[in-house]
Write a protein that binds this ligand. Structure first.
Ligand SMILES: CC(C)(COP(=O)(O)OP(=O)(O)OC[C@H]1O[C@@H](n2cnc3c(N)ncnc32)[C@H](O)[C@@H]1OP(=O)(O)O)[C@@H](O)C(=O)NCCC(=O)NCCS
Length: 334
């Protein structure tokens, strides 16, 4: 069974309830029906029956719970939760009452209230609009200050010389633009959790750079080498039992002969399967190189570090992408 099928099967066994916020989108309605028919999760779809019938005529909505913030008797309760979460930031009760009717905010409030186990949106909203409600009300997991994202990278064939697991985790390729050392440490610890929980591998985390153990420096420019060294130390302090090391060039991270030469004694050098990039440019370019030149399949971005699981879809997603994201979200749920 491939990893994606495995994720869907594990999700189905967990019977979690996931909210899909965009009942106005044909792909989302179709995915809701498919997920329900295949038993991958229980779906709450934000929207109403007339609208769904209009955008996705003929789709069977049996078993899907539809909820419309404009008519729901929950909206007032959620507005109170929103007001309590944001009053210190200057939100008034009137503003909370208005914002709770927004579908993505309503979905995030359902998650915060514990009425669903996970949240998926973003088929027709930007990343910022999809994640902001979560950042504002769901907030981060204990011990983590940074929400981040990763891609689960599946090798084109099971065996790969530099990736014997056949799967790797790349982070952060989609959220944090220029993370500082503490944010990089949070990304490393969260990515190790995703590697275990979703990719099903025992993480060996490499903090990536153009330098290996001080071989290069950029003191006159961005000081990214000392930043990665500091991030490595912080991540080790956060998760002392985690196999994590750096800073490494990519070849020192994955090729045993290079790792041994450049970082003798490191348990991670030459054997890494989780890769933390120094910034979003490196991460985003890196995962796309693996996809296009290396033939890897990318699952994600998978959001990590939230107190409860929220995930963002690409606006170019198809029905299968939504199904996969719901399955991943169900596995992230407690
Ligand atoms: C994640 C992102 C969407 C947040 O943007 P934003 O909504 O403008 O964020 P804000 O700066 O207004 O912050 C909103 C709140 O979230 C918090 N926050 C923002 N980013 C956070 C993060 N990564 N982790 C934890 N909290 C975060 C802020 O501290 C703030 O909290 P507060 O209002 O309680 O003080 C933004 O970092 C982003 O746009 N990243 C790049 C996304 C992108 O273009 N990706 C390309 C796709 S491949």
């Amino acid at each position: 069974m491939g990893l994606l099928e495995d994720i869907k099967a594990k999700a189905a066994a967990r019977k979690k309830t996931i909210v899909l916020c965009e009942g106005e989108d044909k792909r989302v309605v179709e995915a809701a029906a498919k997920i329900t028919a295949e038993g991958i999760a229980k779906i709450v779809l934000i929207g109403n029956a007339e609208e769904c019938a209009k955008v996705a005529p003929g789709v069977d909505l049996t078993g899907i719970t539809l909820i419309d913030p404009l008519t729901s008797d929950k909206t007032k309760e959620y507005a109170k939760i929103l007001y309590e979460a944001r009053k210190a930031k200057g939100m008034t009760e009137e503003q909370a009452a208005e914002q709770a009717k927004d579908r993505t905010m309503f979905g995030a409030l359902m998650l915060k209230a514990g009425d669903v186990d996970g949240y998926v949106s973003g088929a027709c909203h930007s990343t910022a609009n999809t994640l902001r409600p979560g950042l504002q009300v769901v907030k981060t997991a204990p011990g983590i200050k940074t929400v981040s994202s990763c891609f689960i990278m599946i090798a084109p064939k099971d065996e790969n010389k530099y990736n014997p697991d056949g799967v790797a985790v790349f982070a952060d390729c989609a959220i944090n633009i220029e993370p500082d050392a503490q944010q990089l440490a949070d990304i490393a610890v969260s990515s190790a959790k995703t590697a275990r929980d979703i990719a099903g591998i025992e993480p060996r985390v490499a903090m990536l750079s153009f330098s290996t153990k001080g071989s290069g420096n950029d003191d006159k420019f961005f000081k990214s080498v000392p930043k990665m060294q500091e991030a490595t130390a912080l991540a080790k302090a956060m998760a002392p039992d985690l196999a994590l090391d750096g800073e490494f060039q990519f070849d020192a991270a994955v090729a045993p002969e290079v790792g041994q030469l450049k970082a003798p004694g490191s348990k991670v050098a030459g054997h890494a399967n989780v890769f933390v990039f120094p910034n979003i440019n490196a991460g985003n370019i890196g995962y796309k190189i693996a996809q296009r030149f290396g033939g890897y399949m990318a699952i994600g971005p998978v959001c990590q570090g939230f107190a409860r699981p929220l995930n963002d879809l690409s606006r170019g997603c198809n029905v299968e992408d939504i199904v996969a994201t719901v399955a991943v979200t169900a596995l992230q749920a407690e």
